[in-house]
Design a protein around this ligand. Structure first.
Ligand SMILES: [Ca+2]
Length: 102
Protein backbone atom coordinates (compact mmCIF):
# COMPACT_ATOMS: atom_id res chain seq x y z
CA UNK A 1 0.00 0.00 0.00
CA UNK A 2 1.17 3.46 -0.80
CA UNK A 3 1.29 6.17 1.77
CA UNK A 4 -0.39 9.23 0.36
CA UNK A 5 1.55 12.36 1.09
CA UNK A 6 0.23 14.47 -1.70
CA UNK A 7 -1.23 17.73 -0.60
CA UNK A 8 -4.48 17.39 -2.49
CA UNK A 9 -7.46 19.68 -2.38
CA UNK A 10 -9.74 17.00 -0.97
CA UNK A 11 -11.48 18.39 2.04
CA UNK A 12 -11.68 16.04 4.97
CA UNK A 13 -13.02 17.11 8.29
CA UNK A 14 -11.49 15.48 11.34
CA UNK A 15 -14.23 17.08 13.42
CA UNK A 16 -16.96 14.64 12.60
CA UNK A 17 -17.48 12.12 15.38
CA UNK A 18 -18.61 9.35 13.06
CA UNK A 19 -15.02 8.28 12.52
CA UNK A 20 -15.86 6.54 9.30
CA UNK A 21 -13.27 7.09 6.61
CA UNK A 22 -11.56 5.49 3.68
CA UNK A 23 -7.98 4.28 3.73
CA UNK A 24 -7.03 7.35 1.70
CA UNK A 25 -8.74 9.63 4.17
CA UNK A 26 -7.07 7.87 7.06
CA UNK A 27 -3.60 8.26 5.59
CA UNK A 28 -4.44 11.84 4.74
CA UNK A 29 -5.59 12.39 8.30
CA UNK A 30 -2.32 11.01 9.59
CA UNK A 31 -0.42 12.98 6.98
CA UNK A 32 -2.08 16.16 8.11
CA UNK A 33 -0.68 15.49 11.59
CA UNK A 34 2.81 15.05 10.20
CA UNK A 35 3.66 18.50 11.46
CA UNK A 36 7.31 18.51 10.45
CA UNK A 37 6.38 16.89 7.12
CA UNK A 38 9.06 14.22 7.26
CA UNK A 39 6.79 11.49 5.92
CA UNK A 40 6.67 9.43 9.11
CA UNK A 41 4.35 9.60 12.11
CA UNK A 42 5.84 10.13 15.54
CA UNK A 43 4.12 9.37 18.83
CA UNK A 44 3.49 13.04 19.38
CA UNK A 45 1.93 13.39 15.94
CA UNK A 46 -0.31 10.37 16.41
CA UNK A 47 -1.44 11.65 19.78
CA UNK A 48 -2.35 14.96 18.18
CA UNK A 49 -4.24 13.12 15.46
CA UNK A 50 -6.22 11.12 18.01
CA UNK A 51 -7.07 14.30 19.90
CA UNK A 52 -8.30 15.72 16.61
CA UNK A 53 -10.87 12.92 16.44
CA UNK A 54 -11.96 13.67 20.01
CA UNK A 55 -11.26 10.13 21.10
CA UNK A 56 -10.71 9.49 24.78
CA UNK A 57 -7.29 8.91 26.34
CA UNK A 58 -5.10 9.92 23.39
CA UNK A 59 -1.81 9.44 25.24
CA UNK A 60 -2.78 5.95 26.33
CA UNK A 61 -4.12 5.06 22.88
CA UNK A 62 -0.90 6.27 21.31
CA UNK A 63 1.18 4.15 23.66
CA UNK A 64 -0.95 1.07 22.97
CA UNK A 65 -0.82 1.66 19.24
CA UNK A 66 2.94 2.01 19.09
CA UNK A 67 3.41 -1.04 21.30
CA UNK A 68 1.29 -2.99 18.84
CA UNK A 69 2.34 -1.69 15.44
CA UNK A 70 5.85 -0.24 15.69
CA UNK A 71 7.49 -3.51 14.72
CA UNK A 72 10.99 -2.11 14.22
CA UNK A 73 10.62 -0.30 17.53
CA UNK A 74 11.99 3.07 16.46
CA UNK A 75 9.14 5.17 17.86
CA UNK A 76 7.83 6.06 14.41
CA UNK A 77 5.21 4.77 12.01
CA UNK A 78 7.67 4.72 9.15
CA UNK A 79 6.85 1.74 6.94
CA UNK A 80 3.84 0.75 4.85
CA UNK A 81 3.56 -2.39 6.96
CA UNK A 82 3.36 -0.37 10.18
CA UNK A 83 0.79 1.94 8.64
CA UNK A 84 -1.29 -1.06 7.62
CA UNK A 85 -1.05 -2.43 11.14
CA UNK A 86 -2.09 0.94 12.50
CA UNK A 87 -5.19 0.96 10.31
CA UNK A 88 -6.18 -2.45 11.61
CA UNK A 89 -5.38 -1.43 15.16
CA UNK A 90 -7.49 1.71 14.89
CA UNK A 91 -10.47 -0.28 13.68
CA UNK A 92 -10.18 -2.98 16.30
CA UNK A 93 -9.40 -0.76 19.25
CA UNK A 94 -10.69 2.73 18.55
CA UNK A 95 -13.96 1.93 16.82
CA UNK A 96 -12.92 3.59 13.59
CA UNK A 97 -14.44 2.31 10.39
CA UNK A 98 -11.87 2.40 7.63
CA UNK A 99 -12.94 1.04 4.29
CA UNK A 100 -10.91 0.24 1.21
CA UNK A 101 -11.15 2.67 -1.63
CA UNK A 102 -12.75 1.10 -4.67
CA1 LIG B 1 8.70 1.99 13.10
Amino acid sequence: MEVVHKKSAVSFSVQRPGTRMSVAEFTQWLGSMDSNDDGVISKKELEKAIKGLHLLFPAWKTKQAFAAVDSNDNGLIDTDEELKELIEFAQTNWGLVIYEDE
